[in-house]
Design a protein around this ligand. Structure first.
Ligand code: DGL
Length: 290
């Protein structure tokens, strides 16, 4: 393949709408870049489906974005897909610069004064070898309590679907957040308590207000969107693929969003969380590996 121009889009994907929290940070960091976002909502949630499935879906999506949209870089905006598939994706597409997302254990360990940190993640991430390795790297001075949150990403996906009662969806999400934060233990700033909470799934960023109310105002909540966006800038820069600051008359930054699930759900999420108009969203099918 000939080298890609810096004006090519950056591809971003997640099992669903969770990666929109990463797209939000990418837009803030790289406001003049073009983005293609793919939500695999037709196959979400990934977190309870097993590594083989997640790996096959991730590979199909990465190839689709590379071949059909000629992306210049790929952001895997999903902790579960990163844990299950990033070595496979890098091996399959060695020419494509790639950034994955991992629970922010290192920043949490550095920030925690009580040296006790809570982590919410999907079952897939929590049980992965990659996460075990991260824990081993950063767990010497810090105690990490880890909770697999079955159903939470699914409940967040459901909350944007048509025909779902908003109040019911919110109370379902709230109940799951309450169950999982209390399973972690006691939050607070006194010795023995968790003073830091890591959001190890990109979907959970959209429950930030609920989680904040549950753990209290003094607890630091860490998510990875901004760090991933800075890392994306770095790898584009290293590869000479950073789009120069918009010159007068340059094309405005384009964002196109696709879903393998319900189009109105993606449109509602894009409008609610990124203020993007429904016309920028479309349905797509990425067959072959389901
Ligand atoms: N948003 C994804 C993550 O960061 C996965 C959620 C799911 O599909 O289970 O892990």
């Amino acid at each position: 393949m000939p080298p890609l121009p810096s004006s090519a889009p950056i591809g971003v994907f997640d099992s669903g709408i969770g990666g929109l929290s990463v797209l939000q940070a990418l837009r803030a960091e790289l406001p003049h870049e073009h983005f293609i976002y793919l939500a695999d909502s037709g196959h979400a949630p990934y977190g309870e489906k097993g590594d083989g499935f997640v790996c096959r879906r991730s590979l199909a999506i990465a190839r689709h974005l590379h071949q059909r949209h000629a992306i210049k870089a790929l952001v895997v905006a999903c902790n579960t897909a990163t844990a299950a598939a990033i070595p496979t994706l890098r091996a399959a597409l060695p020419e494509l610069p790639m950034v994955g997302v991992e629970p922010a254990l290192k920043p949490a360990a550095l920030a925690s004064s009580t040296h006790h940190v809570g982590v919410l993640a999907t079952r897939g991430t929590a049980q992965s070898a990659r996460f075990a390795h991260l824990l081993a790297q950063h767990g010497d001075r810090t105690r990490f309590a880890v909770q697999a949150c079955d159903g939470l990403a699914h409940a967040i996906e459901r909350s944007t679907e048509t025909g779902v009662d908003d109040t019911e969806a919110l109370s379902k999400t709230r109940a799951l957040c309450a169950r999982y934060t209390s399973a972690l233990g006691v939050f607070g700033t006194q010795t023995g308590m968790m003073d830091t909470l890591v959001l190890g799934c990109t979907h959970y960023v959209f429950t930030l207000d609920t989680l904040r109310a549950l753990v209290g105002p003094q607890v630091r909540i860490i998510e990875t969107g901004a760090a991933v966006a800075r890392q994306t800038r770095r790898i584009l820069d290293q590869a000479g693929l950073l789009l120069p600051e918009a010159a007068p008359g340059a094309e405005p930054a384009a964002i196109a969003l696709y879903t393998t699930g319900q189009l109105p759900a993606l449109q509602a999420a894009a409008q609610r969380w990124l203020a993007l108009p429904p016309g920028q969203c479309a349905s797509i099918s990425v067959p072959g590996f389901s």
